[in-house]
Design a protein around this ligand. Structure first.
Ligand code: 0RQ
Length: 504
């Protein structure tokens, strides 16, 4: 026993993962903790996967619907998808086994704005929640729960589920206690009240989850690390993207359009977003804050550099080295990091009030600035929209970043027409590639097209895009956003047919 369970009555409910997983019925809905590879349950989902596998081997159907905060880890999404145990998954996934199943049409996937998941669960749109499986770092004497390395939708799953299974993970640092801010003031319309958070470091809630002890049917003790992939070292393209963006932000400060400490930063997932944060650590800005979803390696570097004063998020998303580093120095960071429920970290009201600078990755952007963050060639899901929509629409400044090409140059990230749209042109103010930065604010669609093609497209694709745009100006049905209907997706068609968007 880890000594992390201080409530005597609940000590009696400790059991092995297999016994806990037996509470989960075929066809039921399970709300799991976990957000970008942290704070997800690690033992019960594996035990459930074994149960499912055994059921399938004896010819019994067995699958569950899985709701989470965002992506989790191989012991959850990977293990359950491997045995074909997930009927429906929401709201964000980056697991490769799940991705394959989704793209083969074997798994339903509901890709949702992360801020909307908890409210929709409360509204009842998603159906009933049977079981919550939540990783925590401890149970207090009074039965309240100490959250672990992500908060995500845990508060909502604990409140809404008929029964609760807890995983108490002794790997999680005890110094996490006190870092969380769980807000219990949300309500459904017409009873919603303003959320009184006006600075990224405001605390508006309590440090622990409440949970009706009668609903807790099982507690499983674990001691396993969060599993995350290391970030790739920043390559030349990443560094150039970061350089263009830092130069632009300096310019905005010089023009008096932003304070010298910038505005609260939001940074998405992925290598480029991480490289921008690393760049900021040696840039000219001091006294920065972050109001974001995930704390990745670059955010810790920024805190270490002293440039970033405080970061508010819903989860850590760290490489194994950074996770170990943070774990060894958690005390030092405790007062500068706040983890909140994702409906608060991503709340449109708060993002708009604080005036965040949103910085997210993209799959492709079209010449008018519509952004596709999720689908390859219009139909294959990569990850999901995640929180990018929550932030892009409501931010003070919405920036999207990408290398100008993918797959060794066979794909242009700038295309005549986006094959799928997650962020409409009105929600996209700046696009950055290693080629340059397009400031789209105040520009009409035709002007946007010229700037995006000239500043962001790769030189190999620029003439093709210029040629398309010139002909669209001649042959389009209307001239607000010129388009050749029979050619708009020709880049994508060519890639699917030949493996390259370049014409032969
Ligand atoms: O695939 O690994 O097979 O080579 O997409 O691309 O260039 O490594 O970039 O890691 O920054 O991810 C949009 C996916 C970018 C991410 C996306 C392929 C590319 C590679 C990854 P391989 P990179 P990144 C906060 C905000 C949506 C959610 C979001 C994302 C892989 O940023 O998921 O913003 N965003 N959340 O080869 C074909 C293209 C491609 C392409 C990239 N045009 N065509 N493949 N790739 N562009 C966090 C949360 O919400 C939780």
């Amino acid at each position: 026993v880890s000594g992390r369970i201080h409530n005597r009555a609940l000590l009696g409910r400790v059991m092995p993962a297999g016994a806990a997983a037996a509470f989960i019925e075929p066809g039921s809905t399970v709300g799991m903790s976990g957000f970008t590879g942290s704070g997800y349950p690690k033992a019960v989902p594996m035990a459930l996967a074994h149960r499912i596998e055994a059921a399938h081997a004896s010819g019994q159907p067995f699958s569950v619907k899985v709701w989470t905060g965002a992506s989790t880890g191989p012991e959850l999404d990977g293990a359950l998808a491997q045995v074909n145990g997930i009927e429906l998954r929401l709201p964000y996934n980056s697991d490769p086994v799940c991705r394959e199943r989704i793209n083969r049409g074997e798994m339903e996937y509901l890709d949702m704005h992360l801020s909307q998941v908890a409210p929709m669960a409360w509204q009842g749109f998603l159906g009933p929640l049977d079981t919550a499986v939540i990783e925590i770092s401890g149970i207090r004497e009074d039965g309240s729960l100490i959250p672990s390395s992500s908060v995500g939708n845990n508060k909502t799953w604990l409140d809404r589920a008929r029964r609760v299974i807890l995983e108490v993970n002794a790997w999680q640092n005890p110094a996490l206690d006190g870092m969380h801010d769980i807000y219990y003031g949300t309500a459904l319309p017409p009873d919603r009240k303003p959320i009184m958070l006006t600075r990224p470091d405001d605390r508006i809630g309590v440090p622990h989850f409440r949970c009706d002890p009668d609903k807790i049917v099982a507690i499983v003790e674990t001691a396993s690390p969060d599993r995350n992939l290391p970030f790739a070292p920043a390559d030349a393209a990443c560094r150039m993207i970061a350089g263009h963006l830092l130069e632009f932000l300096s310019h905005e400060v010089a023009r008096g359009r932003m304070p010298a400490a910038l505005l609260p930063l939001q940074s998405g997932v992925g290598n480029i977003a991480n490289a921008v944060l690393t760049g900021l650590a040696s840039g000219p800005f001091h006294g920065m804050t972050a109001y974001t979803e995930v704390i990745q390696d670059g955010m810790l570097d920024l805190l270490d550099s002293g440039r970033l004063l405080v970061a508010s998020a819903t989860a850590f998303s760290l490489s194994p080295d950074a996770a170990n580093d943070l774990n060894s120095r958690m005390e030092a960071f405790r007062n500068r990091l706040i983890l909140r429920p994702q409906e608060i970290s991503n709340h449109p009201e708060l993002i708009r009030r604080l005036g965040c600078i949103a910085m997210n990755g993209l799959i492709e952007a079209d010449i008018y600035g519509n952004v596709n963050s999720t689908h390859i060639m219009g139909s294959r899901i990569q990850n999901g929209i995640g929180g990018s929509g929550d932030f892009a629409r409501n931010a003070f400044l919405s920036v999207f970043m990408t290398p100008s090409t993918a797959k060794g140059g066979a794909i242009s990230a700038i295309v005549p027409h986006a094959s799928h749209v997650d962020h409409i042109t009105q929600d996209v103010q700046v696009i950055v590639t290693e080629q340059g930065l397009a400031d789209l604010r105040g520009l009409s669609p035709r002007r946007r097209a010229r700037v995006i093609i000239d500043r962001c497209a790769h030189p190999t694709y620029r003439p093709l895009l210029q040629d398309y745009f010139a002909r669209a100006l001649q042959g389009s049905y209307g001239l607000q956003s010129p388009m050749l209907l029979d050619e708009a997706l020709a880049f994508h068609q060519r890639y699917c047919a030949t493996g390259s968007m370049l014409s032969s």
